[in-house]
Ligand binder design. Structure first.
Ligand SMILES: Cc1cc2nc3c(=O)[nH]c(=O)nc-3n(C[C@H](O)[C@H](O)[C@H](O)COP(=O)(O)OP(=O)(O)OC[C@H]3O[C@@H](n4cnc5c(N)ncnc54)[C@H](O)[C@@H]3O)c2cc1C
Length: 472
């Protein structure tokens, strides 16, 4: 048993206050002895891979036998604890990726995120999923003058690129400091610059639970509260991998790791590539004893706020139809307390310094906010940060029959769905990664893991750690 694995007694996110009947479901009392496919993890990635593995197979068609094994309750990981934003990153992350990986890769990712948002909207409509999906105008808002000046310079440079070189920029509007425009458009006190663009908000747990319900109806065996504590190094004589659990072993021809932050617990070769980062989200409501609701409801449906330099997004929020606000982040108060977030897997406790941060957050943040707010609930969640800022999708190197769909950072909602679809096509149709439409920089490979370890691990350990585990 290696680990780390999901901890028990996790804090309770608002999204998990109305539990679905499959939340702690076990389709059979025992784990199946063997099956075609095991998916480890019942978050967005695991549920979406299962959905696409079974999609379009006729009722009487040949279906693979599939088991989803989940350490805790269904959708109790990052997906059940996030901010509920679907915000394709059309400019700020595009610019960062352009510098790191080139314009072509940056455009591929931005367009992929737009396609994900559309695919998600289509899926939710076609399947009639009741998950509070709403279109909103979102914003990236810069309050710090230095950061605002830097980003404006970048915007000027990028908008000078020939039309067509950065197609997603056309959906972004710039609002500057003149006449208080950025502040007026964003509703954020002291905003110097704001970029606005289309996005969505969603109740992520309801979305994933309906996907899980759909696949369980099609015969998938869902096994919650079962941690996979190891996978055999090789296949047996019949070509099955053996997965260990406290409830006994189970075997599968194909194993899909939808384990996000916990991937290295089972695949140590990913230890440098995908690591845990603990974050906080809360739900802010107008206090019952306050002077009444806000008189000036923030104009944007969601936003990421850069309050000071050199921190990146310090907080982010999404408005709910009931008037409450889901707020996440608080980075500035805990970023220096590294042990509180870096490789921290404990979502059963809070990052204490964020608690006072969120009290009074609305009043500190919005112009004209007169309502008194209280933090109705606050929770932590574990993100799977990717060292090179891109998820890992595809064949696990040197382990034929093992696949990965993980490492979605704090940005899985506009990425997971089509990554899962692409992976399902690789598995059921034998489609090569290059034909899935998933951005090439998302493809996992031994070369990519080695490169990450060279950069990340070599300076501290003197050797590239992935090499210890990679067989070629
Ligand atoms: C605090 C926070 C805020 C966020 N806000 C946003 C946001 O607003 N917008 C956005 O786009 N993204 C956001 N994210 C990121 C987003 O939630 C993730 O990228 C996305 O949910 C990843 O989905 P997943 O299925 O890969 O991971 P998860 O939902 O974490 O699912 C992985 C599952 O695998 C299970 N598992 C792991 N190891 C094992 C094992 N050994 N055995 C059995 N089961 C195992 C876990 O229990 C978990 O349920 C946020 C994340 C956090 C934590």
């Amino acid at each position: 048993m290696t680990g780390p694995f999901p901890v028990q007694n996790a804090t309770v996110p608002y999204w998990r206050t109305q539990l679905h009947h499959l939340d702690s479901h076990r389709s059979t009392p025992e784990l199946p002895e063997k099956q075609d496919i095991v998916i480890i993890g019942a978050g967005f990635a695991g549920a979406a891979v299962a959905h696409y593995l079974l999609k379009d197979i006729p009722e009487n068609g040949q279906k693979p036998s599939i088991t989803i094994i989940e350490a805790r309750e269904a959708c109790s990981g990052a997906t059940g604890r996030n901010g509920g934003h679907i915000r394709p990153d059309l400019f700020v992350a595009l610019a960062a990726r352009m510098r790191a990986q080139g314009l072509e890769a940056a455009n591929q990712v931005a367009l992929f995120e737009v396609a994900n948002a559309q695919a998600l909207e289509d899926l939710i409509r076609d399947e009639g999923i009741d998950c509070g999906l709403r279109r909103v105008t979102t914003g990236d808002v810069f309050v710090d003058a230095g950061e605002a000046a830097k980003i404006k310079k970048l915007w000027d440079a990028m908008t000078k690129l020939d039309d067509g070189d950065c197609p997603t920029l056309r959906s972004v509007a710039y609002h500057g400091p003149g006449d208080g425009e950025a502040e007026r458009v964003s509703g954020v006190k002291g905003a110097k610059v704001a970029f606005t663009y289309p996005a969505h908000v969603v109740w992520p747990y309801k979305l994933v639970m309906r996907l899980l319900e759909g696949v369980v109806e099609k015969g998938v065996n869902l096994q919650t509260r079962t941690t996979v504590n190891g996978v055999s190094e090789t296949v047996d004589k019949e070509g099955y991998w053996t997965l260990g659990t406290a409830r006994g072993p189970t075997k599968a021809k194909k194993v899909i790791f939808a384990t996000n932050a916990y991937t290295a617990g089972l695949l140590p070769e990913y230890d440098d590539a995908i690591y845990a980062a603990r974050g906080t989200v809360c739900r802010v409501v107008v206090a019952p004893d306050g002077p009444g609701p806000a008189t000036n409801i923030p104009p944007l449906g969601s936003a990421g706020l850069e309050m000071e330099s050199p921190n990146t997004v310090d907080s982010y929020y999404g408005l709910r139809e009931d008037g409450s606000i889901i707020v996440g982040g608080g980075k500035s108060v805990f970023i220096d307390e590294r042990e509180e977030w870096y490789r921290n897997y404990d979502d059963s406790t809070l990052i204490e310094s964020t608690v006072p941060y969120f009290d009074g957050w609305a009043k500190r943040t919005f112009t004209g906010w007169e309502g008194k707010t209280e933090t109705e609930s606050i929770w932590t969640g574990i993100m799977g940060y990717s060292a090179d800022d891109a998820p890992h999708v595809g064949h696990v190197p040197s382990k034929p029959g093992q696949y990965i769909c993980a490492g979605f950072n704090g940005h899985g909602m506009p990425n997971v769905l089509l990554c899962a679809k692409g992976l399902a096509e690789m598995i059921k149709d034998g489609r090569p990664f290059s034909e899935t439409g998933v951005p090439p920089v998302y493809e996992t490979s031994a070369a990519r893991l080695r490169k990450i370890s060279d950069l990340v691990a070599a300076p501290t350990t003197g050797r590239a750690r992935a090499d210890i585990y990679l067989k070629f």
